[in-house]
Design a protein around this ligand. Sequence first.
Ligand code: NAD
Length: 707
Amino acid sequence: MIDLSIDGGIATISFHVADRPMNVLNDGSIAAFEAAARKVMTDPAIKGAIITSSRPEFVVGADLETLRGITDPAKAMAVSGRLSYLFREIEKSGKPFVAAINGSALGGGYEICLACHYRIAADNPRTQIGLPEVTLGLLPGAGGTQRLPRMIGLKNALPMLIDGRKIGVGKAKELGMVDEVVPAGELMSRARQWLGVEGAANVVKPWDKKGFRLPGGNVQSPPSWQLFMGAAAALRGKTAGIYPAPAAIMESVYDGCHVDIDAGLKIENRQFARLAVSPEAQNMIRTLFFAIGDANKLVGRPAGVAAQTYRKIGVLGAGMMGAGIAHVAAEAGLEVVLIDQTKAAAEKGKGYSASLLDKQVKQGRLSPDKRDAILGRITPTETYDLLGDADIVIEAVFEDRVVKEQVTRAAEKRLPATALFASNTSTLPITGLAETSQRPANFVGLHFFSPVDRMPLVEVIRGRKTSEETIARAMDFVKAIRKTPIVVNDGRAFYTSRVFGTYVYEGMALLNDGVNPSLIERAGTNAGMPVGPLALMDEISLELMHKVMRQTEADLGSAYRPQPQDPVLVKMVEGLGRLGRKSDGGFYDYATDGSKRLWPELATHFPRLREQPSLEEVKKRLMYIQSIEASRCLEEKIVNARDADVGSILGWGFPAALGGVVSQVDTIGIARFVAECDQLAQLYGARFMPPQNLRDRAARGETLRAA
Ligand code: NAD
């Protein structure tokens, strides 16, 4: 895990944690590092040490396996304390340590660098430097919250810690997070030289010298006060009060910088342990790191199917979705045939890609050559002639069964017999669409989200006749275009739209019940949802949902059961002509400058209860309804629990602190959740009735995650 070599009194400690995909800090590597560091500190023949790595990265952080499922704060304190106090020993050892940062140094990896007496980075454009612990609900627990502000000042350190930003070596040098940047080939020789020439004079850290002051002013200075006040005020907006890590980081910095570093490290250690065992961090580690990681690694991909590589794809329909799909595929290196009814329409779709790439070139994030290469891979056309050697075709034409059938037939005439055919339909069942296909086993749903270039999720939808081989190959495709797949069985609205819809509908039901719309919206964002339900409904368009409602009514006839949101849709669309954002406003009025305010007339048309429910009650209705619908999806085997959590966070921005729609139930406690839903059902209707699988699991004391 660690190589230790000694040459001319200089030790080189080099990380290569061979049994993990990248260098991480875990029991094994920490023990090996500790042994090497102790040898340096105790062997009188060793004058100083270089810490580096023999892999492309330096060290990318703690192995989260160590923290997964941890519930005992004392254990969490021991985990981070071991590293933290070792780093402090290194810092005070009287021998110089220099970090030779060959590649990315993140989290605990960068905390090693902080403990060193000097930091030299190789000029490597792929290197990322930062303390991103906050993004998993944690804080840097091995000195990061104490050394960074003491080294670069509060003003620069706080945003790095609270936002968890990762930066390149150039920016790191500018901020003082590394001391020097040298060409990669000179990294080791320069480290050696520093140890020989400057090392001995730099073994005492500034904060271990008398009269130390933080660069830019101590915590008590007026500018620092202002800084903390500003940061505290911004915190609420950033965290909706449901993410504890940023506040814990601020406390750790604030309290820790009032005292000496040894006391500061103890404060940090306690804060770390408090966070590590919190449901928020455990949820974020489980879903954001492990579940999304597993989904990206295609864990769950049907076995026994050879992995498919993709070279060429066809996209039918160059509208909003088709253009986006063509763009991400070309970016990922695939050849794209982009087909629309006319060449001009297809070219317009390619133009979308050009505008996205031009923006990147303008911002200096992409070279003009690369832009041209990506665009060169998209061929706009109005014919199907180029599909003869395509590996997959994705259909994104109008949401109209007849049009979809036409293009399916036309494409299949040209496609190789083995190619996949995927539909990006948002509402039409895949099983039905596959009926037109000559090879329904190769027919699959690939449900993208808008805007395609920014949304990471793709639902892979299994129709009744879709083969397991097709599912496996479709997952390979999603991976090839660098998106995250979840696998979903065919069913009304599939998975994400079905569950997400309940949030929006409940918002309208609340309005119909006489709840103040500003309370409804506040409850949504307060619970951690990105946008309130009424604002979302305006974006989706009331007109569209009204159409869906009338269509379903017509399809089901007397079997149609009116929904609580129906009267709101009817009144808004038929009575008041309020169709949504794109058509002069819906629940909101929109000004030309992009600002919006709730439509004042809502009060007239939806009379308000004299006594309004509490914020907590409204939040509960908006959030619980989503988990109830997700449990129904689990019961109907539409989706598995892991993908349900992943889909909720990546698909519609369900708060990560809750771990996803399924994990929310376990966070509350399944028995309590069932009892509360029973109460809600009594008050507001049968839609809150917990499904049987929840009751059974509650009775058996099982989690819903294990479903
Ligand atoms: P859009 O109207 O922007 O684009 C549809 C495109 O298909 C148009 O460019 C049209 O000219 C083209 N087209 C129509 N008939 C054609 C034919 N016979 N041959 C070739 N091209 C034809 O629609 P969109 O928003 O991109 O949606 C496309 C599909 O994706 C729909 O099925 C929709 O339900 C689904 N979808 C949309 C979203 C979304 O947020 N808009 C999200 C997921 C899925």
